[in-house]
Ligand binder design. Structure first.
Ligand SMILES: [Zn+2]
Length: 281
């Protein structure tokens, strides 16, 4: 599942390449991911100009000059890929769901033939919406999610206040978008390793200093990973680099901090990786 470090960079690259570009073609190959009638999707996007692409939680929001927004929830595997883009031309993906083509306007782009992006999704689990900019709160999940994990308004004080309303296991809480948005299975493992907190520890069992440590670890981890992800992704926005992570899916390997073997368990079919000595129960 793409999370903040990847999506942050992808939004930046998409904005750099697409801001000011008008959509000159909409091709739908797999309408299942598009959560509105395909005619409405096509008519809503055709001719619209992209203003910017921003990230909110795990959503990518394509803002247009029609004050509408294409909101993309990539879920487990959804991602974008350039066609004839600045990264050379990756092969068409077998599971292309839809393609947007852009006129090569006067924005300094020199793509020839015109630039395009395809949305690809191995499992068709992603969901794509088109909404008025002032009605984004009606987009499922997006409208119900809590503040973004990197929202400047979510300072330590606000975070501690929010945490008081949650009682479950700390990992479950971190991945709960209603608590804070943008953190998934991989980065919750990394954050808890950074904080030295056991993933199945109960929130109610964490004292004030551990709660503050958790807040700090969120920022330390996401900032650390964002710069590495940006470097490794570059213009290849379909990439999701994870090899550099320290514990997630590194079961059996040596902990980079203490050398002990990393534990991996899969309750509810979701892989959780952690180091027992570094994250005692
Ligand atoms: Zn360790």
């Amino acid at each position: 599942m793409p999370e903040i470090p990847e999506l942050q960079h992808v939004a930046k690259v998409l904005t750099a390449q697409l801001a000011g570009q008008a959509i000159s073609g909409v091709d739908i190959q797999e309408p299942i991911v598009i959560r509105l009638p395909r005619e409405d999707f096509e008519a809503g996007l055709l001719g619209a100009r992209i203003r910017a692409v921003r990230r909110s939680g795990k959503f990518l929001l394509f803002e247009t000059d029609r004050d509408s927004v294409m909101a993309v929830n990539p879920m487990l595997n959804g991602r974008f890929q350039w066609i004839d883009g600045p990264d050379g031309t990756p092969k068409a993906h077998a599971r292309t769901c839809f393609t947007l083509r852009f006129e090569d306007g006067d924005t300094g782009l020199h793509a020839d033939p015109p630039l395009g992006i395809r949305y690809i999704d191995e499992r068709y689990l992603g969901k794509v919406y088109l909404a008025d900019a002032d009605e984004l709160d009606q987009v499922p999940v997006l409208g119900e999610q809590g503040p973004d994990a990197l929202d400047p308004a979510l300072d330590q004080e606000a975070f501690l206040q929010r945490l008081k309303r949650h009682r479950g296991q700390v990992k479950n809480t971190l991945v709960n978008a209603r608590f804070i948005a943008g953190i998934g299975n991989a980065y919750s493992d990394e954050i808890l390793f950074q904080a030295g907190i056991h993933p199945f520890a109960k929130i109610s069992g964490l004292d004030e200093s551990r709660r503050i440590r958790l807040y700090e670890a969120i920022h330390e981890t996401l900032n650390w990973a964002s710069s590495i992800a940006a470097e490794q992704i570059g213009n290849r926005i379909d990439r999701k680099p994870r090899e550099f992570l320290r514990v997630h899916r590194k079961g059996g390997r040596a902990c980079p901090r203490c050398g002990h073997g990393i534990s991996e368990v899969s309750p509810n079919r979701r892989v959780t990786s952690f180091c027992r000595p570094c994250q005692p129960e």
